[in-house]
Design a protein. Sequence first.
Length: 382
Amino acid sequence: MLDLVAEHAPYRGELLAAFERVLDSGRFVLGPEVEAFERDIAAWIGVPHAIGVSNGSDALLLALQAVGVGPGDEVICPTYTFFATAGAVARLGGKPVFVDSAECCYNLRADQVAAKIGPRTKAIIAVHLFGQCADMDPILTAAKKHGIPVIEDAAQALGAKDKGRQAGTMGTLATFSFFPTKNLGTLGEGGLVTTADPDLAEKVRKLRVHGAKQKYFHELIGGNFRLHEIQAAFLRVKLNHLNSALKKRQQNASTLIESLREKWNAVMSLGACVCQGQGEANNGKPGTVFLPFSCHSGLGEHTWNQFVVRVLGPGQRDALRERLNATGIQTEVYYPRAMHEQECFGVVKEAFPVATRLSQETLAFPGLNRTELLQKLEESLV
Ligand SMILES: Cc1ncc(COP(=O)(O)O)c(C=O)c1O
């Protein structure tokens, strides 16, 4: 799906120099590289506090723990997301309360969040899926009205914006992943928590090291959620190139959308944002392919961590996947089962019709060079 060797080739010299710097320093965990990276990324995002952590899953756990989520607490989140979003709630003994997805951007239905807020709601997680921000205003308004913190799960959306506001600056806290497939990836694992609140930042920093500010004096029950120096050093190298890498991704996505629209007859765009209402997509003709839709935020605000199309109708996505596979185009399904249908969360009786259909109909294209991908697509789809 993604050629990570090719991706790193232009920075090879810089990455090797970073490796040597850390090797020669003798400092390998939470040292000057992590501190420098935290400063740099906080400035890049435009947020007062950034805390480097072990990975994006632990970042979610830390953010939820920082706002006091514990056994019996409810946390509202989308059902159509990566497991870690809901998993982090359950790891703390909380209960994920699911919301259906919008048919335009596949993010959580912002208008359904307010209706789910109840006496046990402790937090809301808004996931910015595939590199595009969720529609934050209705979510922030509902949360403010009830005094509930919002956590942005921005694992896939570093650099994405919602009406000019950067992912990671809108919620009470936000979390990021630096898994190698992300727009800014380590050569291993890494994550980040951001916040404007100095007290929450301090709490996350403590929780990252077993709840102790002073070594061996534990004020909170935390864990080992530390970021490694070597990963921070690599991230600093790649952060210097992030603006141009994101621009290239956006250009590639526009080219791909235009070309597919022109050359592949079946492809059409949904054409309208339905983040706050019902769309028509579920009634479309089987086999119709929807291009990814850059929703309320405009092309420049989507960071295209994944390029995801939707193929309407039972079995149609899998049939297309097989056809593409036969011509050497690898694709991936994010995600074949929504969270409300996962065995580990028990039986959830409520239906989430859009999320269920998305899990049967979406297909992510590989992160190939777009010219190469287009060529292969044309060959495979005539
Ligand atoms: C939406 C979302 N949340 C959380 C995570 C977890 O991040 P990590 O893999 O770094 O633990 C991911 C990773 O893919 C993700 O996509």
